[in-house]
Write a protein that binds this ligand. Structure first.
Ligand code: NAP
Length: 521
């Protein structure tokens, strides 16, 4: 279907008064209102609302508990209630396919108030729906074929996504079936978020978004404001290119805010969404194989975060795709770019981000890192990126890590020095970089170095960006050190991804204010 995808706001509570909630939803941008009578409870208030003139159509829903709803009285009463409220001509009436299939009397009762009966038929349109609160079945073809064979005006299928692969499988079905008829295909849970945002990209009849947190009608629903302001809902269409962050978990990632704000500022037809993929390599490879083999899904680039950066390198290597030299040396890929319908390239923009952040503070020097002594605290992904970048610019690195074996392996692979963690306190390096998670939210009170060991003039760089001002950076400033924040590295790596994907300079000021709205540059 080529019509614009509608935004439906569910009403799930009796207070504030229903008419007030409808007005608020309309002002927020709703095209449709779903009245979840099973959650609202106050049937008289619903009947009263339906009896009044209304500017927006309603979807009348009394969801059964078997399909995730709150209705716990009898089935016959439920159908009778739908039929009674349906007489008020809400616009749409939603009935579960299971109930519809089960009984001829349900079909007769509901058929009196909703269905595509032509001019003489009932005035409301019939939505036949199927909800799976437990998972997403392996054979989606069978479910979609079954619902699409019904006489419904609109078919609705909602599953629970285990990870982003399920979300993409549902979207692929939506893309296929929405060409012929109005289809709603969504997934619940954090992993289903992409289906709610990308419904507009793949021709969905509607998506749902709540008026506010706490008013959701299903797990994983965004608010209308988040959908419109953070995820560019009004700009998404069939040609929109899709980007996203692959990790586990990714619900709290700030990357969607940063990349969506940047694309919006540059008027790029793109949207960036979270794609949670379970931690094993097998899950990651299954996800990548699924999306890489389907260029019609429109995925143009992916950020990769914990725990998949090493998996990304392995997948690209096994599939024979190209990998930048620096990413290969760091042993990690944090950026995928689709370079042709069947080709991907891997890069590590954490390296560029770290070096750009250091360059900015050492700018006076024409070759700022050459022969500088750099102490890297930590031996994880961030430490590898910083070490590769510094070595590449002629600096000398010593790695200090809590687990000495990891420091030793890193130093051996990247050809630099290492020392036991305890010896970090005696370092007189020109530059100290914290690449451990010490000081990261929720452990804001901690610092990997006591203030006494910091020296005036030293450069102190904290890769931690949440919070933007860490205890280490505050201590360093007090000691007269020059400081580099993890926010600079984060913006630097996102800006490098932006350049790779969009072949133009990134609007870094916009990105920064999206990442840290309260901070001054
Ligand atoms: P990672 O691979 O999990 O490595 C974590 C490192 O922290 C390890 O070296 C670990 O030591 C060390 N560590 C953890 N707790 C410690 C403690 N209590 N005392 C001493 N060392 C401790 O994580 P990562 O990806 O490298 O990330 C590290 C930090 O950098 C995170 O805060 C992350 O948000 C940040 N980061 C920032 C950016 C950016 O763009 N600004 C990019 C990437 C990462 P062991 O080996 O002994 O466990």
């Amino acid at each position: 279907m080529s019509a614009r995808t509608l935004l439906a706001v569910p009403i799930t509570r009796a207070t504030p008064p229903l008419a007030e909630q409808v007005r608020a939803a309309q002002q927020a941008g709703a095209d449709l209102i779903e009245l979840r009578v099973d959650c609202i409870g106050d049937v008289d208030a619903v009947a009263d609302l339906l009896a009044r003139p209304h500017a927006l159509p309603f979807i009348l829903t009394v969801r059964s508990s078997a399909e995730g709803g709150a209705w716990d009285a009898g089935e016959a009463e439920r159908i009778a209630l739908i039929a009674r409220l349906g007489l008020a001509q809400p616009g749409y009436v939603d009935v579960e396919l299971a109930a519809w299939d089960r009984s001829a009397s349900v079909r007769r009762e509901i058929g009196l108030v909703a269905g595509s009966g032509g001019q003489a038929g009932p005035p409301s349109r019939l939505i036949l729906s199927h909800h799976d609160p437990h998972g997403t079945p392996g054979d989606l073809d069978a479910v979609f074929d079954r619902v699409c064979a019904t006489p419904a005006d609109v078919v609705k299928v909602v599953f629970t996504a285990r990870d982003a692969t399920d979300g993409w499988r549902i979207l692929a079905q939506l893309q296929h079936h929405s060409r012929g008829r109005p289809v709603i295909a969504l997934a619940m849970g954090d992993a289903g978020l992409l289906t709610r945002i990308l419904a507009a990209r793949f021709g969905g009849f509607l998506t749902f978004a709540a008026l506010e947190h706490g008013a959701e009608s299903a797990p994983g629903q965004l608010t209308v404001r988040e959908l419109i302001e953070h995820y560019r809902w009004r700009d998404i269409g069939p040609d929109t290119r899709v980007y996203g962050v692959v990790g586990w978990p990714v619900a709290h990632s700030r990357s969607p805010l940063v990349h969506n704000a940047a694309m919006s500022a540059e008027q790029i037809d793109g949207v960036y969404v979270p794609m949670p993929v379970a931690p094993d390599y097998r899950d990651f490879a299954a996800f990548m194989d699924y999306v890489a083999g389907r260029p019609e899904l429109g995925i143009a680039g992916l950020s990769v975060t914990i725990p998949h950066k090493e998996h990304a390198l392995r997948w690209l290597t096994e599939r024979g795709f190209s990998i930048s030299d620096l990413a290969r040396r760091a042993g990690a890929v944090n950026t995928f770019t689709r370079t042709a319908p069947a080709a991907w390239a891997g890069d590590n923009t954490d390296i560029a981000g770290a070096i750009a952040a250091l360059d900015a503070v050492l700018a006076a020097d024409p070759d700022p890192l050459r022969d500088r002594q750099v102490a890297v605290l930590g031996a994880g992904g961030a430490a590898r990126a910083v070490t590769v970048g510094v070595l590449d610019r002629g600096g000398r690195v010593t790695v200090f890590n809590r687990t000495p074996q990891r420091a030793q392996v890193l130093a051996h692979e990247l050809r630099c020095a290492w020392k036991p963690w305890e010896q970090r306190v005696g370092t007189d390096a020109d530059v100290v970089v914290n690449c451990t998670s010490v000081g990261m939210h929720p452990g804001e009170g901690a610092s990997p170095l006591a203030p006494e060991v910091l020296q005036p003039g030293q450069v102190v760089f904290d890769a931690v960006y949440n919070p933007p001002q860490t205890r280490l950076l505050r201590d360093a400033r007090r000691c007269g050190c020059r400081v580099v924040s993890g926010v600079d590295m984060f913006i630097g790596q996102a800006a490098a991804q932006f350049r790779l994907w969009h072949a133009r300079c990134a609007p870094t000021a916009t990105m920064r204010s999206a990442l840290t709205p309260g901070e001054r540059g």
